[in-house]
Write a protein that binds this ligand. Structure first.
Ligand SMILES: [Zn+2]
Length: 422
């Protein structure tokens, strides 16, 4: 029996235990926003890893990172606790694996199961974070455990991080750790993505709050006021035109998953929420929207900002009564690693060897924390994870196939063995 077979056997025998561990992670709600229980989950995962011989530390991002994350507009509360667990043996290279500990919030309606109960049904575990990113976090922890408990001799450093706020930009999460030099590595994997493909690019993301200001008067004399909702409507339609005429045509030469419904990685913009008005008989003097712009890794942030301001300014130039204020909430960069990079090819080979299926290489239209490893850390990295078409990541009844979690655990264990086995 090879070392790899022994490690994979360890994982298969512990399928029930891995599922229970995933359920225990789901049972700690870590919804962002506001970002809750980050300290609790960091300590919970840290305790398990220190039991395996890792040196663990929990770093809370300081206030200025909270402000840059958009604390005041988003209403962020509580500590931003980042777990760093390090195992060092010998002088070999350092491998960094990251999974995020936060989830998107639960929508109050539509769930048929308790989102924090970890219900098991038809070979799947249900709950918020099941496929994004707690299934991955469980796989990362048990991959390390399987290697260590199988008595494999290691040479090098293994750093596991569980970081918060990924869903809102990761600025006070992995961004903070890498910016501050608290994590340094030679190679990395972002354990966050979908099952069955390798993510070599992500889009960046900028969010703005946009507010129009009007003049409130009695609705019976509406023609004498300035209706902030009407003015906002003009801007919202201009943003939709900008998406159709400009952004959808702006693409990077990176293939995307067929579900993306574009040929290549594409820029994007969306008005995601709107607020305004007090009562039917008052002309509203305030209206605000939140705009989410997905940027290609080839786009510069200054250009992205200038272009968006241009769209709004253009509407204002045609209507003197449009008075709009743009406030940037936060941003995260896009990133890219060549599909031919040796690290990508090596991980692809391992992934295909373990699962026995061809693993395509895609760019993701979404944004993810792997950008911090590549752009700020300067080491090669790609993303892989769990979740299929039925997993409904970010949706109601989010779930993950248990067999995918076990397969991912084996893939990650094989990656550790490939780089760190003595
Ligand atoms: Zn994720």
């Amino acid at each position: 029996m090879t070392v790899e077979e022994r490690v994979h056997g360890y994982i298969e025998e512990r399928t029930d235990e891995i599922v229970e561990y995933l359920r225990s992670l789901i049972a700690i709600p870590t919804q962002a926003v506001p970002g809750e229980n980050y300290d609790k989950i960091a300590n919970y995962v840290g305790e398990k890893l220190s039991g395996l011989g890792f040196e663990t530390a929990v770093y809370d991002a300081p206030d200025d990172y909270m402000v840059t994350s958009g604390r005041d507009i988003l209403g962020l509360e509580g500590p931003r606790s980042n777990l760093v667990a390090t195992l060092r043996r010998g002088s070999g290279l350092t491998l960094h694996l990251n999974a995020h500990s936060d989830t998107v919030p639960v929508t109050p309606e539509g769930w048929t199961v308790d989102p924090f109960a970890g219900t098991i049904k038809d070979g799947r575990v249900y709950g918020r974070g099941a496929c994004d990113d707690k299934g991955e976090l469980a796989a990362m922890v048990y991959a390390a455990e399987a290697v260590i408990q199988s008595g494999v001799e290691l040479d090098g450093g293994l750093i596991l991080t569980a970081t918060p706020d990924e869903e809102i930009g990761g600025i006070a999460g992995l961004g903070y750790l890498i910016n501050e030099g608290l994590v340094k590595a030679d190679l990395g994997v972002g354990i966050d993505g979908n099952f069955g493909n390798l993510m070599i690019a992500t889009n960046g993301r900028v969010r703005w709050k946009l507010e129009t200001r009007g003049l409130a008067v009695h609705s019976a004399r509406a023609h004498t006021g300035v209706n902030a909702i009407e003015k906002m409507s003009k801007i919202v339609l201009a943003i939709a035109d900008y998406r159709r005429d400009v952004l959808l045509k702006r693409q990077a030469d990176v293939p995307v998953s067929p579900d993306a419904k574009t040929d290549k990685l594409s820029a994007m913009i969306n008005v995601g929420s709107i607020e305004g008005g007090l009562a039917p008989n008052i002309v509203p003097d305030r209206c605000s929207v939140i705009v989410d712009r997905r940027t290609l890794y080839t786009e510069k942030l200054e250009d992205v900002r200038a272009e968006f301001h241009g769209v709004v300014d253009n509407v204002a130039a045609q209507d003197q009564e449009v008075d709009a204020v743009i406030t940037e909430i936060n941003f995260r960069e896009g990133t890219y690693i060549e599909p031919t990079h040796p690290w990508v090819q090596e991980v692809k080979g391992i992934y295909e060897g373990v699962t026995g299926i061809p693993i395509p290489i895609y760019g993701a239209a979404g944004s993810a924390d792997m950008c911090y490893q590549i752009n700020q850390g300067g080491w090669p990295c790609m993303g892989l994870g769990v979740g299929d078409k039925e997993s409904r990541g970010h949706g109601v009844d989010e779930n993950v196939k248990i067999s995918e979690v076990i397969d991912l655990t084996k893939v990650v264990a094989s990656i550790i063995l490939a780089k760190l086995a003595a």
